[in-house]
Design a protein around this ligand. Structure first.
Ligand SMILES: CC(C)(COP(=O)(O)OP(=O)(O)OC[C@H]1O[C@@H](n2cnc3c(N)ncnc32)[C@H](O)[C@@H]1OP(=O)(O)O)[C@@H](O)C(=O)NCCC(=O)NCCS
Length: 159
């Protein structure tokens, strides 16, 4: 089955269905980004993902949808007006991405990332940035394979 990655910008019904898919899959996957340092309950983390969606959908962004035939199998939310806070240089920022559990390990994540980079280049953005949880080995591997390097670290200490 061929994999297609498209930017969600079609008819109103398609965009609405895309957003529902993003929210539903994202909620199911949100716990993967919780590191071992923080004790967070699943409902809270899912609510935080909903809040992230509200924020992203409310500002300039691109939602990339990976599809096999008619079935949506993954997504990537790309922010394109969030300059780097240290240098003020423009960048694309991956707010979140996820692939359906049974479709992982088959290149969907890598295809979404490559398509997001193409979209960012098309929009004249010279860098792509993202945050990833140290304990999320799968996601870290995906980004490393894609050529991403650690630039800063987010430190946390339980009190
Ligand atoms: C992270 C995620 C998007 C990867 O999607 P995917 O479709 O499985 O990724 P791919 O099949 O394109 O894999 C790309 C590379 O990463 C590696 N990789 C991906 N997941 C991996 C895992 N769990 N363990 C080890 N390597 C992994 C693949 O082996 C591949 O490397 P290779 O080219 O050397 O084989 C998916 O696991 C997911 O949705 N996780 C839950 C949500 C999440 O953590 N999102 C990221 C938030 S920052």
């Amino acid at each position: 089955m061929t994999l297609q990655v498209r930017v969600s910008d079609g008819a109103h019904e398609t965009r609405t269905a895309d957003r529902a898919f993003v929210r539903e899959l994202g909620r199911r996957c949100a716990m993967s980004s919780v590191g071992s340092l923080r004790r967070a309950s699943e409902p809270t983390v899912r609510a935080a993902f909903d809040r992230l969606c509200d924020i992203v959908f409310d500002q300039p962004h691109a939602a990339l949808i990976a599809q096999r035939e008619e079935r949506r199998v993954g997504f990537l939310l790309l922010l394109d007006e969030l300059p780097d806070e240290v240098t003020a240089l423009p960048q694309g920022f991956v707010a979140y991405m996820a692939v359906e559990p049974e479709c992982r390990g088959a290149g969907v994540g890598a295809a979404l990332l490559a398509a997001a980079e193409d979209e960012a280049r098309r929009r004249g953005l010279p860098y792509m940035a993202l945050m990833v949880t140290e304990d999320n080995a799968g996601a870290r591997r995906l980004y490393e394979r894609g050529g991403y390097q650690t630039e800063r670290r987010l430190l946390c200490k339980p009190l």
